[in-house]
Design a protein around this ligand. Structure first.
Ligand code: DQQ
Length: 586
């Protein structure tokens, strides 16, 4: 097996640096120049003091293999009782390069079994890398993978692979037909910006369709292809969608959602009561945005609604460290599940010394909000099976300037749900309309320690006993001309005593009429070096990677704080310990 548990010697950081360095250089010599995507490739590796490498910061219940670099989730699919997660993986080290499709399987999305990589470079059409793509289950229950292969001229080609043996429960081996590439970049396509095919769908007509991410100059594009037999693919005259000045569209995802209710839909679903989602990952900005809209099957035209911007200022699944995401339909539970990649935000030379980099955020169920204006996400229910000992706090007033500790659980791995009651809205700070398109800048300006009117209030997670280290997860409520505006923010600027860490603040607005509800909820999943937060039952989500130096293991604390003028009340807080030393088998 390519990814067994590291033996004791690997944990000696100094030795790890030398060995990883040697391995990478040896591989470089064997294979010649590497293919560069949007990830940095490191020609020479620096050494790093052993003191900054702390394997206690590895996540436990997030998907993370024992070692090496991972990025995009690929293909996810459910097939004959088994969930498959493929992902971009470097078998040779903890920086991006030599990319294969690693493969893990699970029956519950919580416990994983690692298999050999499903697809590795082996043919002229993928010899320089097997990049992102998707899975489709064809009629007759036949799965197929569409992925991007990099050829000897560094061109990006779309290839297919089929399971070798459908009776193998885990579909371990995949075969690449000789007729690949199934789709080559034709005239008018930039061959180095042509990748990440989507799951295919079939509407009322007989054609299969899929899109491939691309750009032309600075115009982002979802190029549409059609096929009758899944073998011969023809480019449609018009792309499914394109937006000027957005740059390369990586990992597009296009799928239907039900207008009412939380039920997920098969990617080919159509008809009344269905809306569509188009998500793109912006290589230029390294974050994603999506639109909701109407898909006209016969014309193959996607028209976004005018309820949100169709550019980088638009809606995001997650306003933090979350990229290259992909959804799939889970027929077992009739839901659509979202996976996304959360990269490290530590220095690269530390990633090299650690020997690991990148995790997948927890799988989230995704559906259309009853307003029809945005999607909502919630961690899959299976995660609740990991909840252990818990504590409850009820009806506790938190006056302006107050902080209290939630005691009684080890909060370095925890699941925290809290409902705040808000009053004193007349004390809310005035909202400057110029802030409307840049929540992140507002959060950077009004961080957790900056006193407000209503808020900032929320949680301090992964905090040291004296709060020298803490990551603040909070709301701040403003008064605009006709309504209140709620900002949700992650402020990790004081998350670690270590210098030279990348500690960006992240933020999004929350579409809740607080004057009406008087309440707002927050859920945070904490796992050593990641904090994933879900505001207002999943309307606004933020993920951050943080690297405490004191708030580790049993020295991690959890607090509730209010730094506004108005009092808030914790109507209920529940915090569960999650005991998961290391994810098995990922
Ligand atoms: N990562 C893959 C590409 C994709 C990018 C390469 C997004 O296929 O565009 O590892 O992170």
């Amino acid at each position: 097996m390519g990814m067994g548990k590291p033996s004791g010697v690997w944990w000696t950081p100094w030795l790890a640096v030398v060995l990883v360095h040697w391995l990478l250089c040896a591989t470089e010599r064997r294979r010649g120049p590497v293919v560069e995507a949007s990830h940095e490739v490191f020609a020479s590796l620096q050494s790093v003091p052993a003191s900054v490498v702390d394997n206690r910061l590895r996540t436990g219940y997030h998907f993370q293999p024992p070692r090496n670099w991972i990025n995009d989730p690929n293909g996810p699919m459910y097939y004959n009782g088994v969930y498959h997660l493929f992902y971009q993986y470097n078998p040779n080290g903890s920086v991006w390069g030599h990319i294969v499709w690693a493969h893990s399987v699970s029956t519950d999305l919580v416990n994983w079994i690692a298999l050999e990589p499903a697809i590795r470079p082996s043919k002229p059409f993928d010899i320089n890398g097997c990049w992102s793509g998707s899975a489709t289950v064809l009629p007759g229950n036949r799965p197929v993978i569409f992925y991007t292969g990099i050829d000897p001229q560094q061109r990006q080609l779309q290839n297919v692979a089929y399971p070798k043996d459908l009776s193998d429960r885990y579909l371990r081996e995949w075969v690449k037909p000789d007729y690949n590439p199934a789709i080559a970049p034709g005239d008018g396509i930039n061959a180095s910006a042509f990748r990440d095919p989507t799951t295919a769908w079939r509407g009322p007509g007989s054609h299969w369709k899929l899109v491939v991410g691309s750009k032309w100059n600075r115009r982002g594009k979802a190029i549409l292809y059609r096929s009758r037999d899944f073998v011969h693919w023809v480019k449609a005259k018009h792309p499914l969608h394109t937006v000027k000045d957005t740059g390369m569209w990586e990992c597009p995802d296009f799928y239907p959602v039900a207008v009412k209710g939380r039920r997920g839909l098969d990617t080919s679903a159509y008809g009344d009561g269905v809306k569509h989602v188009l998500k793109v990952s912006l290589d230029l900005r390294r974050y994603e945005y999506y639109t909701l809209g109407k898909y006209y099957h016969y014309q193959d035209k996607y028209v976004p609604d005018n309820t949100s911007a169709d550019d980088h200022t638009g809606l995001r699944y997650d306003y933090g460290n979350f990229y290259a995401s992909k959804t799939f339909f889970d027929p077992k539970k009739q839901r659509r599940i979202l996976w996304g990649w959360a990269n490290e935000s530590d220095a690269k030379h530390v990633d090299i010394a650690k020997g690991w980099a990148g995790i997948q955020a927890v799988p989230r169920t995704i559906w259309l909000d009853s307003s029809g204006r945005q999607l909502v996400q919630w961690p899959i229910e299976e995660l609740e099976s990991l909840r252990g000992k818990h504590v409850v706090v009820e009806h506790k007033k938190v006056s302006g300037g107050d902080t209290f500790e939630v005691e009684g659980i080890n909060s370095s791995q925890a699941d925290v749900e809290v409902a705040f009651e808000v009053s004193g809205l007349e004390k809310a700070e005035a909202f400057d309309p110029s802030w409307a398109t840049d929540a992140e800048a507002l959060c950077g300006q009004k961080r957790a320690h900056v006193k407000g009117g209503v808020g900032p209030f929320g949680l301090l997670v992964l905090a040291s006993a004296n709060m020298e280290e803490k990551t603040a997860v909070f709301f701040r409520i403003f008064k605009a001309e006709h309504k209140h505006v709620i900002l949700m923010c992650h402020d990790p600027t004081r998350s670690s005593m270590r210098p030279n860490l990348y500690r960006p603040t992240f933020a999004g607005y929350v579409d809740v009429d607080i004057a009406k509800t008087g309440k707002i909820s927050l859920r945070s999943l904490i796992d050593h070096s990641v904090v994933e937060s879900f505001g207002a039952e999943g309307k606004t989500c933020i993920t951050s990677r943080v690297y405490p130096s004191l708030a580790i293991g049993k020295d991690a604390h959890l607090f509730v704080f209010n730094n506004g003028l108005a009092d808030v009340k914790v109507s209920e807080l529940k915090a569960w310990e999650i005991r998961r030393p290391l994810m098995n088998g990922a």
